[in-house]
Design a protein around this ligand. Sequence first.
Ligand code: HEC
Length: 155
Amino acid sequence: MSFIATRTFVAAAALMASVFAAPAMASSVNASDESTIEYRQNIMKTKGDQAAAIGQILALMVPPDNLISHFETMLQATRQSKVAFTPKVPGGESLPAVWENWADFSARLDKTEANLVKAIETAKRTGAGPGGLGEDAIEAMNSCKECHDIYRKKK
Ligand code: HEC
């Protein structure tokens, strides 16, 4: 067998292994509460990082060019968090109230989502930079603490 043929065989074997291993892996991952908690925490970390980056821009510490795209990333993470919090798995820093008051909790995420959509539209239309963010952007930024005060364990 030539070198190239050997490599092709090895690659094919690896592919087969991954195809056959996948279903078994998927079922064990789906069942894990730990994964559910870690997943929503990963998404919230994205929101935290974006909020920190926006804070740096508002403090005029860094160039403002990415301001709108930070809000867009925050919007995507907010949409992702609705899916990530849907399974009823208390733990991590989430209080059981998240699922006891699910209507209120999910309405808060909907509100943040709507605020971010409007904030992005306004910023695109007016070209507003760090100094000219409207009420929607401010509400979206305030929503974090408002929700954490009720639904997240105090450290
Ligand atoms: C509707 C409620 C709600 C809103 C709105 C919300 N959060 Fe959270 N957040 C939570 C909950 C609940 C947790 C705890 C998740 C867990 O550990 O199970 C959390 C956790 C976090 C964490 C910790 C993630 C980790 O484990 O390291 C960060 C960072 C965070 N949120 C940032 C934000 C930012 C920034 C915003 C606003 C842009 C925001 N959150 C808006 C409910 C919310």
